[in-house]
Write a protein that binds this ligand. Structure first.
Ligand code: GLU
Ligand code: ZN
Length: 484
């Protein structure tokens, strides 16, 4: 359908205060295709619903897009040659297009009042209870143009069909007599979605409109508008839906649907992309992808029309997989994830080397950046706080002896060799007839203030000899205080 040339795709959110995870999936497919093809990704804000479209609400969507790493080439903040990119700023253009359609007899003003339409609907329903009511075309041939409130309707053909080949759904054919004289512009001069969408996709030279399949029913209306204006339509791709566990439309009543929620939970952005791309796109059995791999591998022939069920547990597993694998989340990116969370608690690693070695110890266990930051807090605290279990672990009979001996094993300076120190500790524990588990617990409590932590000797290696010794001594004091 569309002419050859470079790919121009768009994501067109209606701002609602947050980026819906399903919207992010739609944005992702467009972004991946643009990046795969070296094309242009346009962000257009469909903010004609004035009540819901505050600046903050747009901001939240832009922030979430940025956090996900989906950068746009044209749109808010970056501008571009086809702007403005806010529909609220394009009203004069929509009016101009509507006027030209009226002038050509392809659209008309409809003065029917709400009451008149309600009465017509009632009469229709009484006579044909099984058939849906459509606008009866009352104003089709009206010649006068009184200065009264009116909408503008499209003069839809009554015969034939409107057909197109969807990149995902294949051939879609709609009898024109189902496409009754739909409204293009409201009485307050605001355009309806189908009109604004066509004008913008045309003016912004969009070559492919990819959007949720909930818009499949709008596409024939849009094609009629393109035809009436003599414009070339873009290609279309409709994407399957993200449903909740019960198969209903995914909503905030049954799941966290705001991208922001996952960021707040400490999911890495790339894991969010990895999870949502599976709603429609697959690549054999492969489950885990980096954004770069997705850009490289994405193609429309791998997009299916089957809806998917959103599963927060699976989502969490994907996030964990990304966090524990250094090839997927290198130290640098891991550090970016945890540093602000540590800083929010007033904690700052001594240097990058210390932070990276701390990260290595929490990687196998932390399922989110939030968990990672909270697990590694103890490394960076000047004074440790001990939880109740740690205090208990520091008050047993042999605790002082264990801590004293551990202190004697810690080198004065240099680096702590985790494996070597562990071997020495274990030999001593055996010689005392103790169990490793019992001996390790007070040491852990002294070093971390907790009874659950990363591997004990790895912890010592990260803390270094000085802090390790200080904390063991502090633990010893507590132990002595507790037993006397
Ligand atoms: N604003 C519409 C939505 O958020 C855009 C639909 C489209 O991409 O055409 O669903
Ligand atoms: Zn009318």
């Amino acid at each position: 359908m569309s002419t050859a040339g470079s790919v121009r795709v768009r994501y067109a959110p209606s701002p609602s205060g947050y980026l819906h995870i399903g919207g992010a999936r739609t944005a992702l497919f467009n972004w991946l295709w643009a990046r795969n093809q070296g094309g242009t990704f346009v962000l257009r804000v469909e903010d004609t619903d004035q009540e819901r479209s505050s600046i903050e609400s747009v901001r939240a969507v832009l922030d979430a897009m940025k956090w996900l790493g989906m950068d746009w080439d044209e749109g808010p903040e970056v501008g571009g040659p086809h702007g403005p990119y806010f529909q609220s700023e394009r009203r004069a253009r929509y009016r101009e297009v509507v006027e030209s359609l009226i002038a050509q007899g392809k659209a008309y003003r409809c003065y029917c009042t709400k009451e008149e339409l309600a009465a017509a609907r009632e009469a229709h329903n009484a006579q044909f209870p099984k058939q849906p009511f459509v606008y009866p075309g009352t104003c089709r041939n009206r010649k006068d143009t009184p200065d009264l409130p009116h909408v503008v309707r499209f003069l839809a053909p009554q015969t034939g069909s409107t057909d197109f080949i969807d990149k995902v759904f294949g051939k879609v054919s709609t009898p024109n007599n189902q496409l009754y004289d739909f409204v293009l512009m409201r009485s307050d001069g605001f355009p309806l979605y189908n009109l604004a969408c066509v004008v913008d996709d045309h003016d912004m030279a969009i070559t492919l409109a990819a959007r949720g399949r909930d818009h499949l029913g709008n596409t024939p209306h849009q094609l009629l508008i393109y035809a009436a204006l003599g414009w070339q339509p873009p290609d279309f791709a409709h994407l399957p839906m993200m449903l909740d566990a019960k198969g209903a439309k995914l909503s905030k009543r049954t799941a966290s649907v705001a991208v922001q929620d996952y960021r707040d939970r400490g999911y890495p952005a790339q894991a969010v992309l990895n999870y949502i791309v599976r709603f429609g796109w697959s690549y054999g059995d492969q489950e885990i992808f980096t954004p770069a791999q997705l850009v490289e591998l994405f193609s429309w022939d791998r997009v299916s029309k089957s809806d998917g069920k959103f599963d927060e547990k699976k989502f969490a597993d994907v996030a964990f997989e990304h966090l524990k694998t250094p090839e997927l989340t290198p130290n640098e990116r891991y550090a970016e994830g945890v540093t602000p969370l540590l800083a929010a608690n007033g904690l700052k690693p001594a240097d990058t080397a210390q932070l990276y070695s701390a990260i290595a110890t929490v990687r196998p266990r932390a399922r989110t950046f939030v968990e990672a930051a909270s697990t590694m807090e103890f490394y960076f605290k000047g004074t440790l706080d001990y939880d109740a279990a740690a205090r208990a672990a520091l008050s047993g009979a042999q605790v002082a002896a264990v801590l004293e001996h551990t202190i004697s094993l810690v080198p004065q300076e240099g680096a702590i060799e985790a494996a070597a120190l562990e071997a020495q500790f274990k030999a001593w524990v055996d010689s005392q007839g103790m169990k490793m588990k019992d001996a390790a617990q007070p040491v852990r409590a002294a070093l971390t203030g907790r009874t659950v932590s990363p591997g004990l000797f790895d912890v010592m290696a990260v803390l270094g000899p000085k802090v390790t010794s200080e904390r063991l001594r502090q633990g010893l004091q507590l132990a002595r205080g507790a037993t006397t």
